[in-house]
Ligand binder design. Sequence first.
Ligand code: URA
Length: 210
Amino acid sequence: MSEHLTVVDHPLVQHKLTLMRDKGTSTAGFRRLLREITQLLAYEITREMPLTTTTIETPMEDMEAPILAGKKLALVSILRAGNGMLDGVLELIPSARVGFVGLYRDEETLQPVQYYFKAPEGLKDRIVIAVDPMLATGNSSAAAIDLLKEAGANDIRFLCLLAAPEGVERMKEAHPDVPIVTASLDRELNDKGYIMPGLGDAGDRMFGTK
Ligand code: URA
């Protein structure tokens, strides 16, 4: 993808995002909307997947028809909120392999520390889509991408629901080769690291925790 940041302004995406932001939306509704929006965003992030052709027989005649080229996909959830975006992508690309990255923030150093990492084989030959609904400071996203690169990935895209300008800058600085697709570039981070106007804690809202 050529752009570093793509904001998907499709009316369906924007409508569903407004419903998600509304604090009155139920946990079940939030989860369903996240799955639906993710599907629409996945459509955009896979737009430049390479195609080749294959010969098929339609009921009318032989045809040289487009088909996805060999490059397989790996979907990587940044725990825990990334899990809410898995099903939306998997409904479009059921054969994608799935990995997980878990990071927590060390309270003293404030740096992200890895507690879990499991990725599909052959990352270097795959298109990797890392998913996390909220690109806030960008510290954990950048660290997750570091881990994926260390594991061999070299064609990575980042899919999120909301992005803060601070997070986009951090990612651009650390990983200029990783395009970001989002439904909205929000105004700013507040002093607690929450996206404003945002939608609150995405993990809590999708899993019903507090
Ligand atoms: N993570 C969230 O869930 N929400 C924010 O606003 C920022 C980070």
